[in-house]
Structure formats: structure tokens, C-alpha cells
Design a binder for this molecule. Structure first.
Ligand code: CDP
Ligand code: CDP
Length: 225
């Protein structure tokens, strides 16, 4: 059917959310929105401006004065902060290991969620993150919670890093992923948690295409309802 819906994809680090969300959006000709990139952007700019990541007011001021733009292109998503491109800069290890300390602040989240709700107001959207099904689009027609074993997730990240020419230690990657999951799950404000009405998919032994096919079937079913 032609009915346009909202699809929320949440889950822990490196479960395959962005890869699967992007492919699902492309199959449906929907807009893909990577909310993690927004938290990463603020983290990168805060680190650059020597802002203390515990200082919620300063983080909020910085965010208040700034635009974050996600541009979808043929060669992937580009990220702009006040029109300055920071696509690669937000993926460094330093940003990755700091972002959960920025994302835990309730007033930072409030601003981010407002922007994300505006982006999702039009249906025909796939959004991935940690709190999409619980807070950003609680009325999403389809909610997916992607999981995979931490060993598998660390292996996926290691392989991904290698594609960019970066060798990484598997045990260290595993620890970094576990630390981030712990911070994201235990924070007070909109913690990482499966929405009651989300469908949990364990992708440990599934390929990307298998996961996308399962989600597209769920979407077809939801559209028919
Ligand atoms: O892709 P990966 O799983 O490594 O992370 P991401 O989706 O880019 O998100 C980076 C971090 O941003 C997460 O670890 C969370 O701390 C935060 N985040 C969040 O709190 N809420 C969201 N909706 C998305 C990301
Ligand atoms: O966004 P998130 O951090 O949840 O994960 P991602 O960046 O989309 O995926 C991490 C890596 O796992 C990517 O290199 C994907 O190609 C890979 N992946 C996989 O090997 N098998 C899957 N079923 C899903 C993702």
C-alpha cells in the first residue's frame, strides 16, 4: 500500500541500526534520520570548544546557537554544524567514547528530541537511536529493537574499522561498547530501553539483508492495518 508510516529503530551500540535503517529507508524511498549523529555533533563541537562535558548549561547554549543538518547523498550521509561539514570528525574514537556523557543531560535531550520530532512530523521516515520508540516517535507505526551479542557487535566494529584502514583491539572494542551501553541504559533521562510495543530482533547470526527483509515484512503488515 502507499500509506506512509514512521519506523523507529533502537538498540545498543553496533547492533546494525544505522546500516539497516538506511537500507530500509532506501527500499521504501523514505527519509533516514540518524539521531546518534546529532549527539555526536554536539560532542565534537563541545570537545573542540573545550566545554566541560558535565556543564549542561554550556552544552545547551552551544546547541541553542547552532544548526545541525543531516544531508542524504549517494555516497552516504553528510553532517553539517552551522554549515560546516563535520561528517568524518564525529566518528573518531574520542567522540565515540565521550558522547554518552553529553547525551545523559536532560536539557540537551529535550532540545534534541524537539528537533527530531520536527524532522519526523512528516511520515515516510526511518529514524534510529536509543529513545526513538519510547520518546521521539512514541506513536511510530513500526518499532524495532535490534540486539546482537557483544562479541558479535565488537567483531562488526572491528571489521568496519578495518575497512577504513584502522586496526583495533577486539577486547578493547568490546569494553568500549559495554561501557557505552551501560551509560546509555543506566542514565535517568530517556535511557536505552525497549519500548513495550517494539519488536525485538536478535541479529547475532543474521546478515544485513536478512534483517532488512524481516523489517520490510513487518512494515508491509503494519501498512495493511
Ligand atoms: O552507531 P553507534 O551505535 O555507535 O552510536 P550512535 O547511534 O551514533 O549514538 C552515539 C551515542 O549517542 C549513543 O551511545 C548515545 O549515548 C547517544 N544517543 C542517544 O542518547 N539517543 C539517541 N537517540 C541516539 C544516540
Ligand atoms: O548503528 P549501529 O551502531 O547500531 O550499527 P551499524 O554502524 O549500522 O553497524 C555496525 C557494523 O555491523 C556495520 O559495519 C554493518 O555493516 C555490520 N552489520 C553486520 O555485519 N550484520 C548485520 N546484521 C548488521 C550490521
Amino acid at each position: 500500500s502507499d500509506k506512509k508510516i514512521a519506523i523507529a529503530i533502537d538498540g545498543p551500540a553496533a547492533a546494525g541500526k544505522s546500516t539497516v535503517a538506511k537500507k530500509t529507508a532506501s527500499a521504501l524511498s523514505y527519509l533516514y534520520i540518524d539521531t546518534g549523529a546529532m549527539y555526536r555533533s554536539l560532542t565534537y563541537m563541545a570537545l573542540n570548544n573545550q566545554i566541560d562535558l558535565d556543564n549542561e548549561d554550556e552544552l545547551c547554549n552551544l546547541l541553542n546557537q547552532s544548526t545541525i543538518e543531516l544531508q542524504q547523498g549517494e555516497d552516504g550521509q553528510k553532517v553539517f554544524w552551522n554549515n560546516q561539514e563535520i561528517t568524518a570528525a564525529i566518528r573518531t574514537k574520542r567522540v565515540t567514547n565521550s558522547v554518552s556523557y553529553v547525551a545523559k543531560h536532560p536539557n540537551v535531550r529535550k532540545q534534541m528530541v524537539k528537533r527530531q520530532k520536527d524532522l519526523a512530523a512528516k511520515r515516510g521516515v526511518v529514524m534510529d537511536g536509543r529513545d526513538i520508540g519510547t520518546h521521539v516517535i512514541p506513536d511510530a507505526e513500526v518499532k524495532i529493537f535490534l540486539i546482537a551479542s557483544v562479541e558479535e557487535r565488537a567483531l562488526r566494529r572491528q571489521k568496519e574499522n578495518l575497512e577504513y584502514g584502522i586496526r583495533s583491539n577486539l577486547e578493547q572494542l568490546k569494553q568500549e561498547i559495554e561501557q557505552r551501553d551501560k551509560l546509555d541504559s543506566e542514565r535517568e533521562a530517556a535511557p536505552l530501553v525497549k519500548a513495550d510495543d517494539a519488536i525485538e530482533l536478535d541479529t547475532t547470526s543474521l546478515s544485513i539483508n536478512e534483517v532488512v527483509t524481516i523489517i520490510l515484512n513487518i512494515v508491509e503488515q503494519a501498512k495493511g492495518e
